[in-house]
Design a protein around this ligand. Structure first.
Ligand code: ADP
Ligand code: MG
Length: 315
């Protein structure tokens, strides 16, 4: 009868230990791994990725094609299940969820915006009807649906397109209506996978502006995958993904210059993961011909990294 571990005791012990990693973060990825198996071949899409996102934060994910960005976003959306590690979103544990909980999570807690404009909207419904649809599924009353659809389309700057069907709207208008659909049921988190990928720069900037307004006005935590190098100025933080790991971060801060004018300062950082791993930019290691191993030295206020010259010494 008592072979099962005493869960209450385990919980008591856990509660007494040090605070958990990212305990108060809205999105927590800790050593996240996703391995795909296709015809006996293994692809490691995420190899121990760490990421914390605070509630209400707006973060951009950038990185080369194939670096694991979509894999990460699909996991955070509850559409894909990680192989190992920790993934928690708005308190939900994405590795330990019943089918019913997963469905509820997807319906109520996250909104998703896809790159393909056509995927975000049903073609035979107007923009307003598209925004109302998820609210209908959630059982909201007609009046509330209508008012909220109107408010959201206005917030996204496409109030005048409420009666238009997707085919009658521009790509940028469709994406902005798509964001309104994504936030219709007041999700805690909005995830967007290259929402501006099919748009020109100006139209893309409008879509970013709309996501920013959704983030600020509705307080929804926002994670956007993008190729747009200009995005750093529009978000709180830009996280670089390389080979299935977070590799760099650009933080944007507003400070005042000597004359008291506000200026935005963006500083780039390398990510030091919890195991102490640091990824050196390829341009840096190539410039100094660093390979296989480097020499490290601890100085009073920094750590020095030198190329390994031991081969040269023996020549
Ligand atoms: P990104 O969005 O940054 O371009 P992805 O997350 O789509 O990268 O892909 C990361 C890696 O995982 C790539 O090598 C890709 O080929 C592989 N991958 C993604 N999805 C699958 C899948 N369903 N089956 C097998 N391999 C996949
Ligand atoms: Mg992708």
């Amino acid at each position: 009868m008592s072979d099962a571990p005493d869960l209450a005791e385990l919980e008591r012990r856990a509660a007494g230990s040090t605070p958990e990693y990212g305990e108060d973060a809205h999105i927590v990825c800790d050593n996240l791994v996703r391995i795909y198996q296709t015809q006996g071949v293994e692809v490691i899409a995420l190899q121990g990725l760490d990421l914390l996102v605070a509630e209400g934060e707006m973060v951009a994910l950038v990185g080369a094609s194939g670096s694991g960005k979509s894999t990460l976003l699909n996991i955070l959306a509850g559409l894909d299940v990680p192989t190992a590690g920790v993934a928690r979103v708005a308190g939900a544990d994405l590795l330990d969820m019943s089918g019913r909980e997963r469905l509820r999570f997807r319906r109520e807690l996250v909104g998703f915006v896809w790159q393909q404009t056509a995927r975000n909207l049903l073609p035979y419904l107007s923009a307003a009807e598209n925004v109302e649809l998820p609210m209908r599924f959630a059982g909201r009353g007609r009046r509330e649906r209508r008012e909220r659809a109107e408010y959201l389309l206005d917030l996204m700057g496409v109030a005048d397109r409420a009666a238009a069907r997707p085919a009658e709207m521009s790509g940028g208008e469709q994406q902005r209506a798509g964001i309104a659909v994504a936030v219709a049921n007041q999700p805690k988190i909005v995830l967007a996978d290259e929402p501006t990928g099919e748009l020109d720069t100006t139209t893309g900037a409008q879509v970013f502006g709309a996501l920013r307004r959704a983030n600020r006005e509705l307080g929804v935590t926002t994670v956007i995958v993008t190729h747009d190098p200009n995005v750093a100025g529009n978000v709180d933080r830009t996280v670089g993904i390389r080979d299935g790991r977070t590799s760099s971060e650009i933080l944007r801060r507003t400070t005042r210059d000597a004359e008291g004018r506000e200026e935005v300062v963006a500083a780039e950082y390398a990510v030091l993961d919890r195991a102490g791993r640091l990824q050196l930019p390829r341009e840096f290691t190539a410039a100094l011909d660093m390979r296989d191993r480097v020499r490290l030295a601890l100085e009073t206020d920094h750590i020095g990294v030198w190329p390994d010259r031991s081969d040269d010494d023996h020549r």
